[in-house]
Design a protein around this ligand. Structure first.
Ligand code: NI
Length: 166
């Protein structure tokens, strides 16, 4: 398995809507995503971030605390969102150096296919809920910038683009 290069925004592949996996074998992709996420180091990574436009992401919200719990999430659906929302700073491995204050549902119920092909469903709370919504957005071609009010979006994007090599 391999650590793959992570695309940085505004690479157009980060704005693409990804295709469903269906029954395809994504075990190598999943292993590469996990290797790349841990190496970054990060707690979530979506397939389009390594240039694969399929609806797959990985997350592990506890490994940095010493308790690895990798999840491979294939063809996810957010089947419920809490009315209650929270706003918190989010980084993204594809937008290095930027923290964006994004409003998200506090809790969600997520359904997905696991690597064994089983459809599973779980209620996510706290950081796991935020991380899953962030990674899910990548599958629809959305990054944190796209979740900001226009004034905040403009200022943050300008600051980020000023630092890009031209
Ligand atoms: Ni991200």
């Amino acid at each position: 398995m391999a650590v793959r290069p992570i695309l940085t925004w505004p690479d157009p592949r980060l704005s693409a809507r990804c295709d469903p996996v269906g029954g395809a074998d994504v075990s190598v992709l999943a292993a590469d995503l996990l290797d790349t996420m841990y190496a970054a180091p990060g707690r979530g990574l979506a397939a389009p971030q390594i240039g694969v436009l399929m609806r797959v992401f990985v997350m592990d919200v506890t490994w940095k605390d010493g308790t690895p719990a990798p999840r491979v999430v294939i063809d996810p659906q957010i089947v419920w969102r809490s009315d209650e929302t929270v706003v918190g700073p989010e980084g993204c491995l594809s937008i290095p150096g930027v923290l964006a204050d994004v409003r998200r549902a506090r809790d969600i119920r997520l359904a997905w296919t696991d690597l064994a092909g089983r459809r599973v469903e779980e209620t996510l709370t706290g950081f796991a809920a935020i991380c899953a919504q962030h990674e899910y957005d990548h599958l629809d071609g959305l990054v944190t910038f796209d979740r900001l009010p226009p004034d905040q979006r403009g200022a943050l994007m300008a600051a980020y683009q000023d630092r890009l090599p031209s």
